[in-house]
Design a protein around this ligand. Structure first.
Ligand code: NAD
Length: 265
């Protein structure tokens, strides 16, 4: 299917690897120009080269990169100094660490809120009115299946992402945006095979004395699909939400979790 977005410009955050990279890859394959952001310049450069090595439409596609911390005002200013008129924005940053809420002080909470709630809101604020004026806009926020099924040790993530989810539910439904073909949706990953998950699993394996492979196997057994998701298929779902065809989908929380969430809504 041609998603009808070739030639558009996308900002993809947290895109040097993992789910953000998967989204950038799917968009580039659709002929979308991308500006990718991550903190580490070397990993970002390697990601740009991999994207430009894509066989299909790479010759026409532009890949720009900005090495910045997207959760800071300076980082966002550095991005918007390069380009302002994005047609598509994929918001993403690392998730907050697990822990016991008794150990978290105000600064810990503010950091989580900055990364997983206020940064996406700032990016939305900076982009949607321009998108509405041009009659096309797609925002996809990478959140987590834990928004629907909170995980006890991920209280920082549960709290910050729920705040974003509530905000998006309201703003996406404003007539000014929805009637101007600007959509805002959240894409909720279950368990995906990325460096982040590998790092979490290694921690669990060390604590319990199990091998990394047996912890991964146990994670798979909790998923009806009996496997971890791939960044590539996550990216494909993201690209569809960014497509012309998805213009009637807004304000939604869409799970990509191999059937792990057991509820009907
Ligand atoms: P990852 O660690 O594999 O990749 C994260 C990417 O974001 C990297 O490119 C990193 O450089 C970049 N990044 C991190 N913090 C940044 C910042 N402040 N500014 C700019 N770039 C930054 O992680 P992932 O598995 O792709 O996860 C992406 C998001 O999805 C995270 O918020 C994570 O909590 C969430 N999530 C992931 C899973 C999963 O199974 N992988 C499940 C649920 C939620």
């Amino acid at each position: 299917m041609d998603l009808g977005i070739a030639g558009k410009w996308a900002l993809v955050c947290g895109a040097s690897k993992g789910l953000g990279y998967g989204c950038a890859l799917a968009l580039v394959r659709e002929g979308v120009n991308v500006l990718i952001v991550a903190r580490g310049a070397d990993a970002l450069q390697a990601a740009s080269e991999r994207l430009l090595a894509e066989p299909l439409r790479a010759a026409e596609v532009q890949v720009q990169s900005v090495a910045a911390d997207i959760t800071t005002a300076e980082g966002r200013a550095a991005v918007f100094a390069v380009r302002k008129d994005f047609d598509i924005i994929v918001t993403n940053a690392g998730g907050p660490p697990p822990g016991d809420f008794r150990d978290w002080d105000r600064d810990t909470w503010v950091k989580a809120l900055d990364a997983n709630m206020l940064t996406p809101i700032e990016l939305i604020k900076g982009a949607v009115d321009g998108m509405a004026a041009r009659g096309f806009g797609r925002i996809v926020n990478i959140t987590s299946s834990s928004v629907k099924a909170p995980i006890d040790v991920l209280g920082l993530s549960n709290g910050a992402r729920s705040g974003l989810t509530g905000f998006v539910a309201g703003v996406a439904r404003t007539t000014k945006l929805a009637s101007a073909n600007v959509t805002i949706n959240n894409l909720l990953p279950g368990v995906f095979d990325t460096d982040r998950i590998r790092a979490t699993v290694e921690g669990a394996a060390r604590k319990t004395g199990q091998s990394v492979e047996s912890v991964i196997e146990a994670r798979k057994q909790n998923v009806p699909a009996r496997r971890l998701g791939t960044p590539e298929e996550f990216g494909a779902a993201c690209a569809f939400l960014c497509s012309q065809q998805a213009s009637y989908i807004t304000g939604q929380n869409i799970l990509t979790d191999g059937g792990a969430y057991p509820g009907t809504h």
